[in-house]
Write a protein that binds this ligand. Sequence first.
Ligand code: FRU
Length: 480
Amino acid sequence: MVTLPTEIRYKPYHQWTEKEIQDIKNNIAKSPWRANYHLEAKMGLLNDPNGFSYFDGKFHLFYQNFPFAASHGLKQWVHTTSTDLVHFTETGVTIQPDTPLDSHGAYSGSAYEVDDKLFIFYTGNVRDENWVRTPLQIGAFMDKDGQIEKIKDILIPPATDATEHFRDPQIFKYQDQFYAIVGAQNHDKQGFIKLYQAIDNDVTKWQEVGNLDFAGTGSEYMIECPNLVFVDNQPVLLYSPQGLDKSELNYDNIYPNTYKVCQALDTKTAKLIKPSPIYNLDYGFEAYATQAFNMPDGTAYAISWIGLPDVDYPTDTYDYQGAMSLVKELHIKNGKLYQQPVAAMTNLRQSQEILANKTSTNNCYELEFEVAENSQAKLLLFADTNSNGLKITLDTEKGTFQIDRSQVGEQYALEFGTSRSCSIPKQQTKIRLFVDKSIFEIFINDGEYVLTGRVFPNQEQTGIYLNSNNISGNFYQLKG
Ligand code: FRU
């Protein structure tokens, strides 16, 4: 993050001059690390996915954005649409922090089609002259032409059992009734989630059902971006529990993104029935605030912020930070969540060759390969001629998978370690791996395990080296 004085981070948008904006754009254009097929902010910081939904025959995705630096300042939502969940196009529509109900930021939230409009449910971040925060859950409607009409009333006022940390409403429909969950912190500084119900199914009127019982321990101090989605008919809770005790879940990132698979939702008692243990949603270096929604036919799609709060990135000097992950289709197998890139990702394939050493790529490709059982394999991506690169090691005999980014490009977030790992089944293992300039996303065994992260390679780091004969598969050049 770039450290900027509060007055600059919260300066009204219209006070930024053309010259200042042009300087930011020029600086971004100098970055060697801009992604080819991942969504990044046109300007400034991109964080959470917001309002991921289907409406008017298109997919809609907004991103949280502070446009004027790689910094968390006055946030807006920036709208994109997609017809294939692979290409997202900015429409020019934004939800700006421009009313007394969202004066200090249009914070995260969700969207759902209601009566021919897209209902947008978000948190208005409001601060007074003493910088005391009041979080308001508020809304807007977007019509098919992208006209935004903000709802004048507060939809959910601050909760008496929550501190100022009360945000990120997610709307979902269950048995034809609209519900919403909101992330919160209680007065004992524990994270929790509140469940609401739309009165008479009117999304502009909400009443509390209760605090969602998902068998959480409260070891975290805040739950951000809770998201309930139905996957193969089972409720799955995705959430970002900040400060979660590591005895509860092993994780290395500053904040984890986690999930629980449940059997059912009891909306009378606000209880998720038979929640699984808590699992990491992603084993890589950065994936946070994942948002998922159900299509009318039940298909569940998810997208993550490839980034983390409170972490500095090498792109910060170029006035931008953060990217969206690929869209992942969700399924459940043996009680675990599987995340697979959407089928249309194969449309980006330009050419195919047998996976072998390559001294030079443009770091814009996909690999699909298998490693036999009882064997070890090593790969170096973003490799240079000195055998530096992103090191991937897998052992199907011991059942281990590891990535190490200590030898590639510009280093950052070193206090959280330079490697990540997960246990994998001791069997023949299938890997699908996407590389995009400074982003990698690794899907193991059809998405049983996912590792997402960034590396910031130097100019020479464009090679692929296979350090083993146990790898067989394909290399696909991808279109930008
Ligand atoms: C998560 C988060 C949300 C909040 C938003 C503000 O990254 O802190 O809880 O609504 O970012 O940009």
